[in-house]
Design a protein around this ligand. Structure first.
Ligand SMILES: Nc1ncnc2c1ncn2[C@@H]1O[C@H](COP(=O)(O)OP(=O)(O)O)[C@@H](O)[C@H]1O
Ligand SMILES: [Mg+2]
Length: 166
């Protein structure tokens, strides 16, 4: 799942995790901050560091996926080329664009990141100062301003079914 900060990636991933657990499926969430702490505490937010981080997450997702674990990756992942590399490396891969307007993300701001950036205390926030390349041909687009979290999770489940994963 790719999208701007505060678009809803974590919220939707956690809803999906509950559903897969209830189905008895092995599931792992590799989500933004937590996975950064675990895998990439040595990295910052330059393009090079973001790429290095993407490579590490891709590797972990790949080894889990080949062991039949459903891996929900929730990362801003702002660059198309990095997402394409992950798709090629992992193989069994669906790209979900969590599509939320910048204005809506700024008004949600659950972690206060936009406020910090607008106050000049962060200099590299994706969407405001750093670029975000929206997906051109994702398997699914979730317009979170028009659907509930439950509906968003339903959309992901339907897409997995359509691609033969469930
Ligand atoms: N339809 C929706 N889908 C996901 N999140 C939503 C939706 N509507 C409102 N929200 C809210 O938007 C915020 C998204 O935050 P979060 O999931 O942490 O975003 P991200 O992980 O993309 O940075 C949460 O406060 C969530 O409750
Ligand atoms: Mg998140």
């Amino acid at each position: 799942m790719t999208g701007l900060p505060a678009s809803g990636k974590t919220t939707i991933a956690l809803e999906l995790e509950q559903r897969f657990k209830a189905m008895g499926r092995n599931v792992e969430v590799l989500d933004g901050d937590e996975v950064r702490k675990g895998l990439s505490s040595d990295l910052g937010f330059s393009k090079e560091d973001r790429q290095q981080h993407a490579k590490r997450v891709t590797f972990v997702a790949k080894v889990l996926t080949r062991n039949d674990v459903i891996v929900l990756v929730g990362l801003i992942s702002p660059f198309r080329a990095f997402r394409q590399a992950a798709r090629e490396e992992i193989g069994d891969f669906l790209e979900v664009f969590v599509d939320t307007s910048l204005d809506e993300c700024i008004s949600r701001d659950p972690k206060g990141l936009y406020k910090l950036a607008l106050d000049g205390k962060i200099k590299d926030l994706t969407g405001l100062q750093d670029p975000y390349e929206a997906p051109e041909d994702p398997e699914l687009v979730i317009p979170t301003e028009d659907v509930t979290v439950e509906q968003a999770a339903d959309m992901v489940m339907d897409t997995l079914r359509d691609h033969g994963y469930l």
